[in-house]
Structure formats: structure tokens, C-alpha cells
Design a protein around this ligand. Structure first.
Ligand SMILES: NC(=O)c1ccc[n+]([C@@H]2O[C@H](COP(=O)([O-])OP(=O)(O)OC[C@H]3O[C@@H](n4cnc5c(N)ncnc54)[C@H](O)[C@@H]3O)[C@@H](O)[C@H]2O)c1
Length: 319
């Protein structure tokens, strides 16, 4: 038996590594060829496969005797701004294809990567209590503020409908803003910001921010990609998940200045120049976050607690 991880990006690769370390065979599927590096990881194989090609996904599942899927393949917000129709297709139809293969092949469990952005639209109407796990499921009347969030909400609902109608054992994980490491890995907004600040800090030059998506007013919650991988594995194995939608976050949140200060713990002389005005919330969303996400159910039902603080992440990834 093997686990199929869709998406060989930051979180997919980290998840594959964790699964392999726990003694499981893993096949990682991505639409782009992946260079596994000089030392091919044991127990992990790579397949060129587009999640939009359901038959190819199905062939992979059969060929590798897959019994569980961690579905991370997606277009993130930056890529969607370049090609919205492709983002809608990959994030919604791609997810439906994964769920359909899981239904037909009676897979043991599917874990679907979502995002706390599904709740961002309600930041102006929500009070200062932590955002509960099922919060976004109760706000369908509020329009998502980005195509990315719309695709993630659609994928969440498809997942839960596949569970309710067909009994597919699927769990949805809503990651906070994910911080990843390494050149080429920073496809996400928070990853790009961290890469920009660290590069400037290392080079001893000023960090110039001229992308309005990389700054935010108020506070935002961040989570380490290693914690996302841990949560994926916990979700794949959780014995009795009840709610099926979980926040993957630390319970903590940070302003832009606090984020820069965390980088200054390593590079005290770092100077940051903003070439764009500070207005609105994170990643171009209009409203400020009123509270972090509730993380209790991920602990209770999945046994997951984030291990890395923002300072830990920045320190580790700076290397
Ligand atoms: N990074 C974040 O800030 C963040 C936050 C919340 C949720 N998420 C979600 O987590 C998941 C993983 O994010 P990540 O940071 O690893 O992103 P990433 O961009 O590093 O990885 C995504 C991978 O999906 C692949 N992909 C794209 N289209 C595909 C297709 N049609 N078929 C197969 N593969 C395809 C890409 O080539 C890429 O390798 C995504 O679902 C994302 O929406 C990410």
C-alpha cells in the first residue's frame, strides 16, 4: 500500500518525506517534472501527472496500490492572478477528480489542503473570538474576496459532499499563511515575503517591498510548512475525526512590524522600505483579521499541535 501526494511543492514534498520516514511508500504526482536531487529519497517515487487528468490519477492509484491521498496540488493566489481560469480548473475540478478516484477505488482516506483565506471575507463582521473550525461553512452568504479563496471554498464543499453522499473518508485542513524555505519554494505570499527579507538581511542591504500583497495592516497568523506536513500525516491517520474540517495554525498572530522584528533577531541591521501604502489585511484582502484561528479541534481530533513559532521558523529557514 502507498500514499499518493498530489503536488510536489513545499508542503507536498515535506509531507512525502514525513510519510517515507514513517515507513510508508509514497508516490508524488505533479504536473511539472521534479528533480529529486542527487540522493533519491528512499520509498518516494515521482510521477508526472496532471490532477485534471482523472484517468491518469486513477492509473497511478492502481499501479502503486494507493490507499490514501494527500491532495496539495493547486495554484496559489499569485499564480491565479496570472491565469484565473487555470486556477479555477486545477483547484476545483482537480479536487473533484481526486475525490472521484477515492470514491471509485474505495480509498481509506483523503486529506485535502485548504486555506484559512476561506474565512477572510468575514473579517469585518466577526468579533474578536478565535475563528472556529466550522466557521467558513456557516458563511456561504458572504462572497469570497479572491478567486483563490472561492476555489478553496468550492473544494471544501465538494470534499464534504463526497463524504456525505458517497462516504468518502475525507478531511479538510485549512492552513494559515504558510512559511516555506529554500529558493524556488517561495511560491506563496508569506514565502515570498520571508525570502525577500532574508535575502536582504543576509546581503546587508535594504529590503524594498513594492508588492502590496506582501504587507498587511493588523495581524496575520503564520504556520511552518513542516507543521503543515505533520498535520497532513496526523489527518491521514486520525482514528475518529468528527468535524472533518480543521485549522492548521499556531493560535498566534503577528503584525508586519513584528514579522520584520522576527527577521531582525537574526539580522539586527535589517532596514525595510515600503514602496506601497499599508492598507487592508493580508495578501490584498480588504479587511483586518479580528482574531487568530481556533486550533482546539485539530489537537483534540487529530492530535496535532504546531511545533514551530514564527521565530523558530525564521531562524531555521534562514539557514
Ligand atoms: N503556501 C501557503 O501559504 C498556503 C496557505 C494555505 C493553503 N495552502 C494550500 O496548500 C497546498 C500546497 O501549497 P504549497 O505551498 O505547497 O504550494 P506550491 O506552489 O509549493 O505547490 C503546489 C504544487 O502543485 C503543483 N500543481 C499545480 N497544478 C497542478 C496540476 N494540475 N496537477 C498536478 N500538480 C499541480 C505545482 O506544480 C506545485 O508543485 C495548496 O493546496 C495551497 O492552496 C498554501
Amino acid at each position: 500500500m502507498a500514499v499518493l501526494v498530489t503536488g510536489a511543492g513545499a508542503i507536498g514534498m515535506e509531507t512525502a518525506k514525513r510519510l517515507a520516514e514513517s515507513g510508508r511508500d509514497v508516490v508524488v504526482a505533479d504536473v511539472r517534472p521534479v528533480d529529486p536531487g542527487e540522493k533519491k529519497p528512499e520509498r518516494i517515487s515521482f510521477a508526472l501527472c496532471d490532477v485534471l487528468d482523472r484517468e491518469a490519477l486513477d492509473r497511478l492509484v492502481v499501479a502503486h496500490e494507493v490507499d490514501g491521498i494527500v491532495h496539495t496540488a493547486a495554484l496559489l493566489s499569485t499564480a491565479i492572478r496570472v491565469d484565473p481560469p487555470r486556477g479555477v480548473l486545477v483547484n476545483t475540478v482537480g479536487t473533484a477528480n481526486v475525490l472521484e478516484v477515492a470514491r471509485l477505488r474505495r480509498l481509506r482516506r483523503v486529506v485535502v489542503a485548504s486555506s484559512t483565506t476561506v474565512g477572510y471575507t468575514a473579517f469585518d463582521t466577526h468579533d474578536a473570538r478565535p475563528f472556529e473550525e466550522d466557521f467558513a461553512l456557516r458563511i456561504v452568504s458572504q462572497r469570497p474576496a479572491s478567486i483563490y479563496a472561492a476555489t478553496k471554498i468550492a473544494a471544501e464543499h465538494l470534499s464534504l459532499v463526497y463524504h456525505d453522499l458517497y462516504g468518502v473518508d475525507v478531511l479538510v485542513l485549512r492552513y494559515g499563511a504558510v512559511l516555506s524555505a529554500g529558493a524556488g519554494l517561495a511560491t506563496s505570499v508569506p514565502g515570498r515575503l520571508l525570502a525577500t527579507l532574508l535575502a536582504a538581511g543576509k546581503a546587508g542591504r535594504e529590503a524594498v517591498i513594492d508588492d502590496p500583497f506582501l504587507i498587511w495592516d493588523g495581524k496575520e497568523e503564520f504556520v511552518d510548512m513542516r507543521d503543515c506536513a505533520t498535520a497532513n500525516v496526523a489527518a491521514l491517520d486520525a482514528p475518529r475525526p468528527a468535524l472533518r474540517v480543521y485549522n492548521v495554525a499556531t493560535g498566534d498572530w503577528h503584525s508586519f512590524d513584528q514579522f520584520c522584528d522576527a527577521v531582525r533577531a537574526l539580522y539586527p541591521d535589517l532596514h525595510v522600505r515600503l514602496n506601497v501604502p499599508l492598507k487592508g489585511g493580508f495578501a490584498g484582502f480588504p479587511h483586518l483579521r479580528p482574531a487568530p484561528s481556533e486550533i482546539r479541534l485539530a489537537a483534540d481530533e487529530l492530535g496535532f499541535r504546531a511545533k514551530y513559532s514564527l521565530h523558530d521558523t525564521i531562524r531555521d529557514f534562514a539557514q
